[in-house]
Design a protein around this ligand. Structure first.
Ligand code: ATP
Length: 364
């Protein structure tokens, strides 16, 4: 990534792993989350934007490696689940974060009110069909969690919620075991900020299309939604699919934090370029036999310039990944073997990996 992330330029950066600060663990209390805070970030919005831009190169290379591995028999994929109340900034997050990567490697899916066909199936049916295939980064704009949020608050169905949480945890465990790294982010705005954002949509003709009169009804049930979120977060944050609560009053922070969490998810895979089964030298000889000597000389000249650069880039990439993993302090224990991965009652397991607290990473 070179100088682009600002680490060599001396600009501010993460002083504490945002994953540690934002992950939902035991005793989590949504009411206590300051929605305007910027946990872990030492800097302002300009430095955040510069840092996030720098992450773009790293993210897109990791994505290409993931994609390449998926095309050659790899089983890994990543799923980013984005939840949040109206105006929390789901669209902006998806546009900014996904916009840093090659659309061919992404599978973005929105979940609205279920269609008649979807209603005929189990609520996880449409989710299963939308899961990222190997090599892809899936992004869910809303998700199966609507089935414990809007469905609960609006009393759209009679459900045993504890059972549904268990079902979701078991479902996500299977998804994780099949090779998908799951990152779930809940964007949380304050009630005041939501009011301001909704009013802006009414004030500006270019934003009217974003306003839905139903948003005011949903807002009127603010406390019920907060309670539903609280219950959902503590019961479905697991070792294999943790929730991260993102303070979202400052859009730049939410984008920065989600970028970092996605970067960490990809870096944790430590992806190499795929190894091929055939012999490079054999294929080189076969191809050379079909080329004119002048063309071969041109290829050799170009390779002489490019190949050392590529080796340098690969080494730099390894260094960048190592730095991300160092900040995230990756726990090498498989998720399912971590002590907190399965809660005592098999129902909840808030809090993912246990980490050394108070570790200050080097400033980037
Ligand atoms: P957004 O508010 O996310 O920008 P939107 O207003 O464009 O989206 P859609 O994406 O079409 O609307 O649908 C979102 C709506 O669908 C939300 O109100 C959400 O609560 C609702 N929804 C999603 N899943 C379900 C579900 N399982 N049951 C009932 N309603 C659902």
């Amino acid at each position: 990534m070179g100088d682009d992330n600002g680490k060599d330029g001396g600009v501010a950066g993460w002083v504490t792993d945002p994953g540690d600060l934002l992950r939902v663990g035991p005793g989590f209390d949504l009411a206590g989350v300051d929605r305007a805070a910027t946990p872990g970030w030492d800097g302002d919005s300009d430095t955040a934007d510069a840092f996030r831009d720098g992450r773009g190169d790293l993210l897109s290379e990791m994505q290409e490696r993931l994609y390449a591995n998926g095309r050659t028999g790899g089983t890994r994929s990543v799923l980013l689940v984005v939840q949040g109340l109206d105006t929390a900034g789901k669209g902006g997050i998806i546009r900014h974060v996904a916009g840093m990567m090659d659309p061919q490697g992404l599978a973005i899916r929105s979940f609205g009110v279920p269609t008649p066909e979807e209603r005929r199936h189990h609520y996880l049916w449409r989710i299963r069909r939308a899961l990222p295939t190997p090599g892809k980064i899936g992004v869910f704009d809303r998700s199966h969690y609507e089935d414990v949020l809007v469905v609960r608050v609006e009393k759209l169905a009679e459900v045993d919620w504890a059972r549904r949480f268990r079902e979701i945890n078991a479902f996500e465990k299977k998804v994780a075991e099949s090779g998908t790294v799951i990152v779930k982010v809940a964007l949380m705005v304050s009630r005041e900020e939501q009011g301001l954002r909704l009013m802006e949509r009414l004030d500006r003709p270019d934003k009217h299309w974003k306003f839905n009169p139903g948003d005011v009804d949903t807002r009127a049930r603010w406390d019920d939604y907060q309670a539903a979120y609280q219950d959902m977060l503590v019961h479905t944050s697991t070792g294999w699919a943790p929730w991260y609560v993102i303070p979202a009053d400052r859009k730049w922070y939410a984008r920065l934090a989600v970028t970092e969490l996605l970067t960490q998810a990809l870096a944790s895979l430590e992806l190499e370029w795929p190894k091929v089964r055939w012999q490079v030298e054999t294929q080189r000889r076969r191809l050379a036999a079909t080329m004119r000597p002048e063309t071969l000389a041109k290829a050799a000249e170009e390779a002489g310039e490019k190949v050392p650069e590529v080796h340098e880039e690969i080494a730099e990439h390894a260094e960048d990944v190592r730095a991300v993993n160092e900040l995230a302090d990756v726990d090498p224990t498989p998720a399912e073997d971590r002590p907190d991965a399965v809660a005592a009652d098999e129902e909840t397991s808030p809090g993912a990996k246990k980490k050394k607290k108070g570790k200050k990473s080097k400033k980037k």
